[in-house]
Structure formats: structure tokens, C-alpha cells
Design a protein around this ligand. Structure first.
Ligand code: PLP
Length: 439
């Protein structure tokens, strides 16, 4: 049984030395209330808190744990690599092999630069796009998260493209004004901004399938439309697959959309993170050699990192991708379908208006009539949904031993280690949580 008092002591101690007691804001439970669980260990589909309570985990480190926590092959690879040295500041063959594996899965990533976080990957992709085109402006979509890069935190409160406001204190108006924020899934808005300012736009950056405003699937033709418009205006298309890459399919959302969904397009630059490091700090930018070779040391666009391509982190990424075969993706797809369907059934049984929105094996719940009737397609619609139903749902699940993302704006993540026992525990918890959401 979870010991609230002991966990609270850990949080109190943390708050004396870490802002808000955490090192990344969403961990603080700000939008669901209560104390974040302090974790001591994790294995397979389970995490354990410092008071010894075990939870079925549907956060999976926010995506990286595709194989489940502490997968034996990954742990062994990390231990072996660590024993050979933690960091060299010199090239290694492991980096080459990881880049080769990325290119094998996503052939358009001809050349790859390894970095340590998704934020670095998108920051570098934006710099590369500006360097390649000589243009200043970047188009992003409201509700898409690309890490905490100054220019990518900008959001358009009014929806007016050229009046972007800083989304964070500390981001200058000058920086924010170089980012044009548009409503997601709205190709007409993209056409219009390119008609007005196309010659100044270096790139459109988009989440391959948005998962940071809850799941909001791209409408059929949206990503292809972005490709068409950017090509017509000589701008680049940056496909942010930090979250979707190597999770939604072996070749990420791009692979899923161009095979399973039958689309036909190739972005210029891809950004990867999360699964590509298997729980360690690895991320990547990939694209055609003619673009990627604009990076230093070959080209004029500077980018570097003391810990880039770190041998221990790269070992975790390689071992993860090596184990991520068709059976892994099949199981992740299967578990996500079972849990998504059961969640929807439990909420319907309590009369809670909702829709479980899905992009491949990623899913999250949107509450409210609009969501139920047509689904939410933009950030504004997500914000207008019945978000107040999520905190009681979340806490009921937590009390029943299931760890959901502590925000309605996040995807639920499953792993191939979620076996039938773990899945049954989730299914058992759902009816009570649906009751709590209905109240
Ligand atoms: N891009 C997307 C789509 C993400 O989901 C995230 C993180 O959640 C990032 C970029 C930033 O990655 P990181 O947290 O590793 O900096």
C-alpha cells in the first residue's frame, strides 16, 4: 500500500533543492494535483515508488521504454559499454552503427547527426533550415511541442499568424516574431501564410502526428499538403518524430502514414529522440546528405556536443532498436487497442462524453461533446474540451495501481512488456476511474 506520508516527505525534501521539486515540469502533477510519486525502480511494464508500491506504467518514460523498463538486452549492452569507458570525445563505431540502423529504417535520413535530446535535434534542424535557405521565418502549429527551443515555444494566442507571442518568459519578442504559429490541420492557413510571406519562410516544422496536446491525428492529406506547399515555395519540411519515431512503427509515423495509410511524401529533415536512445540521452537529426552536410565540420552551420553520440547512450539505443522487431510493434499495437477500447467502453458505461483519439498505437482521451461527435482537430478545440474530467480519472487509476500521464495533454504509452497480467490490471481499474470522471 502506497505510503502518502513517506512519499510526501521525499517531495518536501526535493522542493528544498529543486524548483518545484522536479527537473521537468509535467512531473510535478501540476494539472492533476497531489504529490508526484517518487520512483525507486522499474522493470517490464511496472514502476515502483519509494514506498514500495508497484504500478502498471502507461508513461513509459514518456515514450522511450518501447520494450518495457530495464529490458535485459538493453541493460546488458549499457553495462558492457560502461565498462569500456563512459565518454571519449572521439568517434566510435557504435555511433556509425546506430546511424546506419536509423537510415535502414528511414532511408530519407541519408546522413544523421546524433545529439543528446529532442530539443537539441529540433533546434539544430531549425538552424540547418535557416542556413540552407537563407530565410529567417519558421512556421509551427499551435499545440505542437518541439522541446524548449526559444523560437519553438512561441504560440499564437489569437491565431493570427504574424503576431506570435512568446510562450515563455525569457523568450524575446524578436525571437518570437520569427515564428509563425498556425492552427493545426488547417492547410488553408498554411497556403495563406505562404502566399503572404513565402519568400521569408525557411521551414515548416510539425509533429509527425501531434501527441503533445493529447493525440490529434493529422487529417488525411495534411502532411502531404505541407510537403506540397513547402516544395512549391522552396521551404523545408521538418518532420518531428521525436515522440513517434520507432514507436508508431519500425519506421515511425512517416513509415506508418506512407505504408498503412497509403500517403506519398518525404519530408526534408527528420528529428528523432526517445526510443532511439532506449531510455538514455540520444536524439538525432536525419536528412539528405546535400542538406545534412551543411553541418560543421563540412558546412557553415555550427553544431557540436561534448556528450553527442555518447557510447553508453548509443549502446542503449542500438540494443533497443535491435530488439524492436515486428513482434514488438505487433504487441504494442495490440495492447494499445485493448486499452483504448476498454477505456472508451468504461467511460461510455458511465455516460461520459468522450473520444479516445488514436494515431497508430498512440492514444489519449478527450472529454466532451465536441470530442465525442467529431474529435478534436486543433489545439483550441482541445483546450475547450472537458479537461476537468481528467484529474479524478487519473487519481482513481493511480489509487488502483495504474500510472497514467499526469496531464490530459499527453499520450498514453504502452510497451511490448505489457503482458496480459499487466493489461488485466489496467482493465480492472478502468470502471472505477470512469465513475470518478463522471462525478
Ligand atoms: N519533439 C517532440 C515531438 C517531443 O514530444 C519532445 C518531448 O517530449 C521533444 C521534441 C523534446 O525532446 P526532449 O524532451 O528530449 O528535449
Amino acid at each position: 500500500m502506497h505510503d502518502d506520508a513517506a512519499n510526501h516527505l521525499a517531495f518536501e525534501r526535493a522542493r528544498l533543492v529543486l524548483p518545484g521539486g522536479v527537473n521537468s515540469p509535467v512531473r510535478a502533477y501540476g494539472s492533476v494535483g497531489g504529490d508526484p510519486r517518487f520512483v525507486s525502480s522499474a522493470s517490464g511494464p511496472y514502476i515502483r515508488d519509494v514506498t514500495g508500491t508497484e504500478y502498471v506504467d502507461l508513461v513509459c518514460s514518456w515514450g522511450p521504454a518501447l520494450l518495457g523498463h530495464a529490458h535485459p538486452a538493453v541493460v546488458e549492452a549499457v553495462q558492457e559499454a560502461a565498462a569500456r569507458g563512459l565518454s571519449f570525445g572521439a568517434p566510435t563505431l557504435g555511433e556509425v552503427e546506430l546511424a546506419e540502423e536509423i537510415r535502414r529504417r528511414v532511408p530519407a535520413a541519408e546522413h544523421v547527426r546524433l545529439v543528446s535530446t529532442g530539443t537539441e535535434a529540433t533546434m539544430t534542424a531549425v538552424r540547418l533550415a535557416r542556413g540552407a535557405t537563407g530565410r529567417p521565418l519558421i512556421v509551427k502549429f499551435a499545440g505542437c511541442y518541439h522541446g524548449h527551443v526559444d523560437s519553438l515555444l512561441a504560440e499564437a494566442g489569437s491565431g493570427v499568424a504574424n503576431q506570435a507571442l512568446p510562450g515563455s518568459a525569457g523568450v524575446t519578442e524578436a525571437t518570437a516574431s520569427e515564428t509563425l504559429v498556425l492552427p493545426y490541420n488547417d492547410l488553408a492557413a498554411v497556403e495563406q501564410v505562404f502566399a503572404e510571406r513565402g519568400s521569408e519562410i525557411a521551414a515548416v516544422i510539425t509533429e509527425a502526428a501531434p501527441a503533445n496536446m493529447g493525440i490529434v491525428p493529422p487529417l488525411p492529406g495534411f502532411n502531404e499538403g505541407l510537403r506540397r506547399i513547402t516544395t512549391a515555395h522552396g521551404a523545408l519540411l521538418i518532420f518531428d518524430e521525436v515522440l513517434t519515431g520507432f514507436r508508431v512503427s519500425a519506421s515511425g509515423w512517416w513509415g506508418y502514414e506512407t505504408t498503412t495509410l497509403g500517403a506519398d511524401f518525404t519530408p526534408d529533415l527528420f528529428t528523432f529522440g526517445k526510443v532511439v536512445g532506449g531510455g538514455m540521452p540520444v536524439a538525432a537529426i536525419g536528412g539528405p546528405s546535400v542538406l545534412m552536410d551543411l553541418l560543421a565540420p563540412l558546412g557553415p552551420v555550427y553544431q557540436a556536443g561534448t556528450l553527442s553520440g555518447n557510447p553508453v547512450a548509443v549502446a542503449a539505443g542500438r540494443a533497443t532498436l535491435a530488439a524492436a522487431d515486428a513482434s514488438v510493434y505487433a504487441r504494442v499495437d495490440e495492447v494499445s487497442t485493448i486499452v483504448a477500447d476498454a477505456t472508451s467502453a468504461a467511460l461510455s458505461a458511465e455516460g461520459v462524453a468522450h473520444r479516445v483519439q488514436r494515431s497508430g498505437n498512440l492514444f489519449s482521451v478527450m472529454f466532451g461533446d465536441l470530442a465525442q461527435e467529431v474529435g478534436t482537430r486543433t489545439y483550441a478545440q482541445v483546450q475547450a474540451s472537458d479537461t476537468f474530467r481528467y484529474p479524478p480519472f487519473f487519481h482513481a487509476m493511480l489509487d488502483a495501481g495504474v500510472n497514467l500521464p499526469p496531464s490530459v495533454y499527453e499520450a498514453w504509452f504502452v510497451s511490448a512488456a505489457h503482458d496480459d497480467t499487466a493489461v488485466d490490471r489496467i482493465l480492472d481499474a478502468l470502471p472505477g476511474a470512469a465513475k470518478a470522471a463522471a462525478a
